[in-house]
Design a protein around this ligand. Structure first.
Ligand code: ATP
Length: 319
């Protein structure tokens, strides 16, 4: 009988548990044995691989984090280290693997696929920075966590007539900052994909103040600069009372939203379907709300793009 393994890798994201549950339940539904690999690629190498039953994934669909734990395993780029991982899988008769993670995790998955383990990638990262899917699992939850924080900060910003600078996650991708900025009505959104002109930001704040605006909110992605650097830059051009808020790891945690749970359930089950159909070396996603599968090399072909139309709109609406 064919056996499937599942692991989570890279930064954790809300909804990873729902994806694990879907892989496990769909596999068992199809009469396939399924194994959980604990601690990502590190667990593959150290043989931390255990058979999972239906009950092992009960009561996790609503939980953030990942029951299988995640880990960074930099040595996985070494062919000899991956060979050990492959031997561990083969010793248990596991020939297929579902990797839930971000683009780094996909690179490991691609290597494994080339080296004989049939692999499918499932996009699990709050950053929404993976090609071949409209949304990644965890993005919607993190977005709503940030919106909640922005709403709360807005209350106090208005009361004290201050400019608040809110630093959100996103080293290379500005999706979280952009979407949260639009949804939270931020006056300024700074993302890595677009150059930041702090003089212009200061002018916008000044023009808002001159027409009686009581507060201003700047959402900055961590990859652009830190909130405190942003305040320093702003003070070069304008004398305003600023406060900084770094949201940090709270953005990663919490109950997954309905959107993320449904996406994770669809993609986890689809990954199993593909492996059973003999498809591998691909990453699953949804494009225009339809399930899709894209070859890993195609996923890596271009860097992630921001939604230019949404960015333009954010500027039009925050005049
Ligand atoms: P996130 O976007 O949330 O940070 P990620 O999956 O991109 O998630 P990374 O830390 O980049 O996170 O990658 C996770 C793991 O994937 C690494 O620790 C490593 O084990 C493996 N990995 C990354 N790049 C490669 C590669 N080129 N070859 C083999 N394995 C890799």
């Amino acid at each position: 009988m064919r056996k499937i393994g599942v692991l989570t890798s890279g930064g954790d994201a809300p909804g990873m548990n729902a994806a694990i549950r879907a892989v496990v339940r769909k596999s068992i539904y199809e009469g396939v044995e399924v194994y959980g690999v604990f601690q990502g690629y590190q667990g593959l190498v150290t043989d931390n691989i255990h058979k999972l039953e239906l009950g092992d994934v009960g009561d996790i669909i609503q939980r953030g984090g990942t029951k299988l734990y995640s880990a960074r395993c930099p040595e996985f780029i070494e062919p000899a280290v991956r060979q050990k991982a492959i031997e561990n899988l083969k010793a248990k008769g596991i020939d297929s693997l579902v990797v839930i993670g971000g683009d780094g995790s996909y690179r490991g998955a691609q290597r494994l696929d080339e080296e004989g383990i049939k692999t499918i990638g499932v996009p699990g990262t709050i950053d929404n920075d993976i090609n071949g899917t409209d949304y990644t699992i965890g993005f919607d939850t993190a977005l709503n966590t940030i919106i909640d924080a922005v709403d709360r900060i807005r209350d106090t910003a208005t009361s004290h007539e201050r400019t608040f600078i809110i630093e959100v996650m996103g080293r290379d991708a500005g999706d979280l900052a952009l979407w949260a900025g639009v949804a939270g009505g931020a006056e300024t959104i700074l993302i890595p994909e677009s150059p930041s002109d702090m003089k212009e930001v200061a002018e916008r704040i000044e023009s808002g103040m001159s027409r009686g605006k009581k507060h201003s909110i700047i959402v900055v992605a961590e990859g652009v600069m830190s909130a405190s650097q942003c305040a320093d830059e702003l003070h070069k051009y304008i004398n305003v009372d600023t406060r900084e808020s770094v949201l940090g790891h709270m953005q990663r945690g919490g109950k997954p939203t309905g959107q993320d749970r449904v996406l994770a359930s669809r993609l986890g089950a689809f990954a199993v379907d593909l492996l059973l159909d003999g498809v591998h070396g691909k990453a699953v996603g949804t494009e225009n709300n339809k399930l899709s599968a894209t070859r890993f090399d195609k996923v890596f072909e271009e860097s992630h793009m921001i939604d230019e139309g949404l960015y333009r709109l954010s500027r039009e609406l925050s005049i």
